[in-house]
Design a protein around this ligand. Structure first.
Ligand SMILES: CC(C)(COP(=O)(O)OP(=O)(O)OC[C@H]1O[C@@H](n2cnc3c(N)ncnc32)[C@H](O)[C@@H]1OP(=O)(O)O)[C@@H](O)C(=O)NCCC(=O)NCCS
Length: 308
């Protein structure tokens, strides 16, 4: 009998999954000479369970140890009409290299093949264990992103971006135009996610859009939760539009240091972000298994909910 059993995640797994995410991520980074990713209370990582369960109840997966019944592996799955995204794959460091991640991934790959949908994710370029876990399963690396953070002064950033159009808060009526834009530029359809962010039932989401003569030309979501202050998902047609949206979101988080991923090939945008005080902290790679449109826009992925 195998030591490990795969099953669906349920409400009773919430705190064990949060602890596993906190422990396994920090332990991997510290054992590879990097600072821990999460600080403070391990339960702050429960945001991943809460958001994924709110968006896709019952879609998460855990691996349970057959003898102890403890959760030793977990992954969130995010099915959408155009693709399936997966994220926050973790296995307990005591059982590293024992095939837990492979077991989780095989189940997700089989389901994607059954539904004939591409799988998408972002994986750390510094973490070869996860990068190659996916490439060996048939994922293809598509685009590289710089992870940057910026300490926002308490008075906000005193800079401006020269851009045509109006940058404003998103409204529920913008969802259709946001979906159409992302479908055109990236080939994804995530109406449910956008409606959820704009509704902001838990009070830590914020969404900005940029509106030009022909409608919505870009959007950017931010998460202001104490356990994860991160921007994304976002997409625009041009770099200066992304800069304007990032600036607006940065000024929502005065005194904090939000994290955001920007495409490495957007040189002007990256230069502007350095001028504002941004620093690099990691690199991530978008990976797709199956068909992917060549991306036409400026994409900003996130880890919650995972996008690419
Ligand atoms: C990444 C992580 C999930 C891997 O979990 P794991 O349970 O130890 O992984 P598995 O035992 O299932 O095996 C991983 C597979 O990756 C592959 N792999 C790992 N390193 C590799 C390398 N350098 N080259 C080629 N393949 C490699 C192997 O193919 C291995 O399969 P194999 O046994 O057939 O050779 C785990 O290290 C972890 O939780 N890390 C911290 C959190 C994290 O970084 N998560 C990823 C977020 S996207």
């Amino acid at each position: 009998m195998s030591d490990f059993k795969l099953r669906s995640m349920n409400a009773g797994d919430r705190s064990e999954v949060a602890e596993l995410i906190y422990l396994s991520t920090n332990s991997w980074y510290v054992s590879h000479g990097r600072p821990p990713i999460f600080s403070g209370d391990p339960m702050s990582a429960d945001i991943f369970f809460d958001v994924y369960e709110a968006l896709d109840p019952g879609c998460g997966l855990v691996v349970e140890h057959t003898r102890t019944k403890r959760v030793v592996g977990s992954c969130f799955v995010h099915p959408r009409p155009t693709h399936i995204a997966l994220g926050i794959m973790n296995s307990h460091p005591n059982y590293a290299g024992r095939g837990i991640a492979r077991l989780l991934l095989k189940h997700i790959v089989d389901e994607a093949d059954r539904l004939r949908l591409p799988l998408r994710l972002v994986s750390s370029a510094l973490n070869l264990d996860s990068f190659s876990l996916y490439t060996r399963a048939g994922f293809v690396a598509r685009r590289i992103f710089q992870d940057m953070y910026l300490a926002v002064p308490s008075g906000g950033l005193n800079v401006s971006v020269d851009v045509a159009g109006t940058v404003r808060d998103a409204k529920p009526g913008d969802v259709g135009a946001m979906v159409a834009l992302e479908k055109e530029l990236v080939g994804l359809d995530r109406a449910k996610d956008f409606a959820y962010f704009i509704k902001n039932a838990w009070g830590f989401w914020h969404v900005s859009v940029i509106e030009g003569d022909n409608g919505i030309d870009g959007f950017l979501v931010s998460c202001g939760h104490s356990g994860l202050n991160m921007f994304g998902p976002g997409v625009t047609r041009r770099e200066e539009q992304t800069a304007a949206l990032i600036l607006r979101e940065l000024n929502q988080y005065r005194g904090r240091h939000p994290l955001f991923l920007v495409p490495v090939d957007c040189g002007n945008l990256v230069r502007m972000l350095y001028d504002w005080g941004a620093r690099n902290c990691e690199l991530h790679v978008s990976q797709v298994r199956g068909e992917a449109l060549p991306s036409k826009g400026i994409v900003m992925p996130t880890f919650l909910p995972e996008t690419a």
